[in-house]
Design a protein around this ligand. Structure first.
Ligand SMILES: *[C@@H]1O[C@H](CO)[C@@H](O)[C@H](O)[C@H]1NC(C)=O
Ligand SMILES: *[C@@H]1O[C@H](CO)[C@@H](O)[C@H](O)[C@H]1NC(C)=O
Length: 337
């Protein structure tokens, strides 16, 4: 009976799918004025978002997602990594609490063990946490890829893209993690922010290149031609993965976005331009110069402006204000085929 329900659920999701393939949105909860999860899930559906990501296993959000067909990247709290790595029972309890009750009704895409902890004190626990979570899931015959989320701080070199490589203090963790992910055929999640690259170096980087305006070739890198910084950053990560022997590993962009306030480059106009160009770029199916034709699954950061984040640009990444009014319009037209 359980199996029949799962089959029906998956079937229903396929028939209802619409929107832009490959685009999701991060649902952060660091605001004291955000709408209740059920309203948020309805907002996602009404705006044709098929994928979302949450940063910790919030039970109200998991409940609200049940039956929605929206696929979910489920985050693990960084504070739990050490215990997840050292104690299989803790990992089993985590899965029993946060996944098992929802698995027939929520479309889990990936579980992310840790958010941007490499390099750093918690980096040493990431692989063990992934392995224990994977074992705990397999004990229930649940097949959800377990991975981790890195920031591009893991790159010691990123320019030109083909020269991308992991930094000294990241490679010791990422080499074995990449090998594990490749063996399991799970993707690596990465947060990719042309905005921060641009804002820290506006004299060297053209704004149009950062905003994916496709104004022409800006960077020539051997045989490869780059007309936007997003592709260049993703390809630097692919190049780094190749250098640790994992050319086949998939990368999912778990966060990208552009703030609409908080500094001179963070305008509503720039944010709207970046996000809509990004969506069109992903939807084009062109992939990146290094992996042409390979759609990079990409999650926009973020759904809402969050007032409990640090003051400044951090509070202004939302597509929506907490009252669910648009900060700017994003075009995710349903696909007709
Ligand atoms: C590639 O990176 C290395 C090490 O960071 C650097 O020495 C070299 O100049 C870079 N190559 C190019 C073409 O920039
Ligand atoms: C929603 O919030 C924004 C920002 O605070 C405000 O400008 C806008 O007027 C609000 N819209 C409604 C319908 O309340």
């Amino acid at each position: 009976m359980q199996r029949l329900c799962v089959l029906l659920f998956v079937f229903a999701c396929v028939t209802l799918s619409s929107g832009v393939d490959g685009i999701g949105v991060n649902y952060g909860l660091l605001g004291n004025n955000l709408p209740p999860p059920a309203q948020v899930i309805n907002l996602l559906k009404s705006r044709y978002f098929q994928k979302t990501r949450i940063f910790d296993p919030n039970p109200d959000v998991l409940k609200a997602l049940e039956g929605s067909c929206i696929s979910l990247i489920l985050g693990v709290r960084n504070e739990d990594l050490q215990q997840l790595a050292s104690d299989l029972t803790f990992a089993t309890n985590w899965v029993n609490t946060n996944v098992v009750p929802h698995v027939s009704f929520v479309n889990f895409a990936y579980i992310s063990a840790g958010n941007e902890v490499i390099p750093g004190q918690l980096a040493t626990f990431v692989l063990g946490a992934m392995q224990n979570l994977d074992m705990a899931l397999k004990a229930h015959n649940i097949n959800i890829p377990v991975t981790t989320t890195v920031s591009l701080q893991v790159l010691g070199t990123s320019y030109p893209p083909s020269n991308g490589s992991f930094s000294e203090d990241s490679i010791q963790f990422l080499q074995p993690i990449a090998q594990y992910l490749a063996t399991k055929q799970y993707p690596l999640l990465a947060d990719v922010y042309p905005y921060f690259a641009y804002a820290s170096n506006p004299d060297q980087i053209q704004l149009d290149y950062a905003l994916i305006k496709n104004t022409g070739v800006i960077v020539v890198d051997g045989d490869l031609r780059y007309n936007n910084l997003f592709d260049a950053m993703v390809d630097a990560l692919y190049a780094a993965l190749e250098k640790v022997g994992q050319p086949g590993l998939d990368v999912v962009v778990s966060e990208t976005g552009w703030p609409s306030g908080g500094d001179v480059y963070a305008t509503i106009d720039n944010a709207q331009t970046y996000v809509n160009n990004l969506i069109a770029h992903v939807a084009s199916g062109k992939g990146t110069p290094r992996k042409p034709g390979k759609v990079v699954e990409t999650y926009i950061f973020a759904l809402f402006n969050e007032n409990q984040k640090p003051v400044g640009t951090e509070q202004n990444f939302g597509l929506f204000y907490p009252n669910m009014t648009e900060v700017y319009h994003v075009n995710l037209t349903p696909m007709k085929n």
